[in-house]
Design a protein around this ligand. Structure first.
Ligand SMILES: CC(C)=CC(=O)SCCNC(=O)CCNC(=O)[C@H](O)C(C)(C)COP(=O)(O)OP(=O)(O)OC[C@H]1O[C@@H](n2cnc3c(N)ncnc32)[C@H](O)[C@@H]1OP(=O)(O)O
Length: 535
């Protein structure tokens, strides 16, 4: 494959301006990430210390194989919700290596409300377990949870994707033969109790670990029975009487050591036979992305320059280079894995949509995973394009993309608006992993367009009533809508809602994708089958 010839001039004023803007963005990203991971009120840290419990990240570090990478997911989940009271949605999820096996890890964070599940905590855990199901991964639960966050029960209890889905997913994983291990470090009450109970293996720490449907106060209130924590759900009772847990441990360190011994017994599954070659670092420095990503989201940039800083050796075999040029399609390798890349270089037109549909079919036929690099304002609108069948051609792209059997991966590199989000494998289209860059934005349309649309609707409405929209009213609509859009389309807001699997430093994109692709290779790739195409 030929090396991409970069046209980036690192000394140009434009590059330098972008660099300055992106360094500021990265500063903000790292500040938020650090706060979500480590900053907690002192009294909550003191409470854990008094109880002799480790912090969730200390447990995680001890569990993982030393020196191996951990692909943390949705670190900034819930960051813009609940007044910031649920940092990282009160839990850690991610993919790591334990005893040489790729595992999905879900850890409760009892520094936040005793590890109680906020609605976003549940969304994050369910998503993590969906990842385990899609990619056939075993799961290790680090349990220390008060169960559902009681004040918000109506947002987390009874609906399809609420708390029950965690247990449903555990049952599905078990049915699939994906192993689950629970290490019980703290009190696991009610919902929190079912996680170890539905696991294949469980270890419980004597003294601090406990599992029960209702704790002693609830039992007293419900039946009048007075019972201690140890009698009701402690390590000795569960490992020698009820059989709810398998192994007692004297300390958290011992529980982790027993857990690692258990994982070491699990058979190593053969991975999907991917098209692979020796990995090669990109020829162009991924950090140059900071000078390529525009300071202003509306400024177009060449996605080929991004591809050059993600793929092995910066080598790329472009498909149909002269046709449908607002969409780049082609083959490359990431961490040695062959991938098909689809990246936006402008609006999606009829030709670019048809080219995408065709390319996606080729990748499915060859069982080549697909990477989508989104920077899309949408599909072209207007009489000429409708007559040419833009709606039909966009539908073709969506039909083939949605019907794909190969694993798909999506990166939000800049803007993602309207149906372009869908065609380019947005969240609704089952990317195995979807990551956002800190500068990126997602919304149904741009804020200014939405403001203009709403102002026009209001004007027409008032005209019907023989009235007019004053300049002040128009300005108010404009500023209200653009302010809302600016806030709600930001990567921090959409990641807070878990519309992605996390925000990443652009320079880490290659490694995040490499790990994601390696993870996806745990599951077989089926033969392609699509719905009916309107040709
Ligand atoms: C999903 C399903 C089907 C059902 C459910 O899960 S219902 C949930 C039932 N859960 C409970 O009854 C647990 C009640 N909590 C406790 O027993 C204890 O808080 C504890 C053992 C989990 C932790 O005790 P610890 O001494 O370590 O800490 P506390 O000072 O008691 O609590 C710290 C902090 O967390 C708040 N908290 C605890 N549990 C919940 C909860 N389930 N929902 C909301 N908030 C909870 C507690 O009020 C305290 O808050 P502040 O720091 O703001 O005082």
């Amino acid at each position: 494959m030929r090396r991409i010839q970069s046209r980036v001039n690192v000394n140009s004023p434009e590059y330098q301006e972008n660099l300055k803007a992106n360094e500021a963005r990265l500063g903000e990203f790292h500040r938020r990430q650090h706060a979500a991971r480590y900053e907690r009120p002192q009294r909550d840290l003191d409470r854990l210390e008094r109880q002799g419990k480790m912090l969730p990240r200390e447990r995680l570090e001890m569990l993982l194989d030393p020196g191996t990478p951990f692909l943390e997911l949705s670190t900034l989940a819930a960051g813009e919700h609940y007044d910031g009271d649920s940092p990282s949605a009160s839990c850690i999820t991610g993919i790591g290596i334990v005893c040489g096996r790729e595992v999905l890890i879900h850890a409760n964070d009892s520094t936040v409300k005793g590890g109680a599940w906020y609605p976003m905590t549940i969304k994050k855990i369910v998503r993590a377990m969906d990842i385990a199901i899609e990619n056939h991964l075993p799961v290790i639960h680090l349990c220390d949870s008060a169960g559902g966050f009681l004040p918000l029960q109506s947002e987390l209890f009874g609906d399809k994707y609420y708390a029950g889905r965690i247990f449903r997913n555990q049952a599905i994983l078990s049915k699939m033969g994906c192993k689950q291990l629970s290490l019980v470090f703290g009190h696991c009450t009610a919902g929190g109790a079912y996680v170890p109970a539905l696991s294949d293996y469980s270890v419980i720490v004597r003294g601090t670990g406990a599992v029960f449907l209702g704790g002693p106060p609830l039992v007293k209130a419900a039946t009048g029975e007075e019972v201690t924590v140890e009698e009701l759900g402690g390590a000795d009772m569960h490992t020698s009487v009820s059989g709810t847990c398998d192994y007692p441990a004297e300390t958290e360190e011992e529980a982790i050591a027993i857990g690692r011994e258990i994982v070491a017994q699990w058979s190593k599954k053969k991975k999907w036979d991917a098209q692979q070659q020796a990995p090669e670092a990109p020829y162009y420095d991924p950090k140059e992305l900071y000078g390529i990503i525009p300071a202003n989201i509306k400024t177009q940039f060449d996605m080929m320059e991004v591809i050059a800083r993600i793929v092995d050796g910066s080598r790329f075999h472009e498909y149909q280079p002269a046709y449908g040029k607002t969409l780049i399609c082609g083959f490359a390798h990431i961490w040695g894995y062959k991938v098909g890349i689809i990246g936006n270089n402008g609006i999606l037109f009829n030709d670019s949509s048809k080219k995408a549909a065709h390319f996606i079919q080729l990748c499915n036929q060859n069982k080549t995973p697909l990477v989508f690099l989104q920077n899309i304002t949408g599909y072209m609108v207007g009489r000429e394009y409708e007559r040419e069948g833009i709606t039909k051609d966009g539908a073709k792209m969506i039909m083939v993309q949605a019907g794909s059997e190969v694993p798909k991966f999506t990166i939000m590199t800049n803007g993602s608006y309207g149906a372009g989000n869908y065609g380019m494998c947005g969240r609704a289209f089952d990317s195995r992993f979807l990551f956002s860059w800190p500068n990126s934005e997602i919304s149904v349309m741009g804020g200014e367009q939405a403001a203009k649309t709403l102002a026009t609707i209001k004007t027409t409405q008032l005209e019907r009533e023989g009235k007019t929209l004053s300049e002040e009213e128009r300005a108010k609509i404009y500023s209200d809508v653009t302010d809302d859009y600016e806030h709600q389309s930001s990567a921090y807001y959409t990641s807070s809602l878990i519309w992605d699997d996390g925000i990443i430093d652009p320079a880490d994109t290659r490694n995040a994708l490499g790990m994601a692709i390696a993870t996806a290779m745990n599951a077989p790739i089926e033969d392609p089958r699509y719905g009916v195409l309107r040709v």
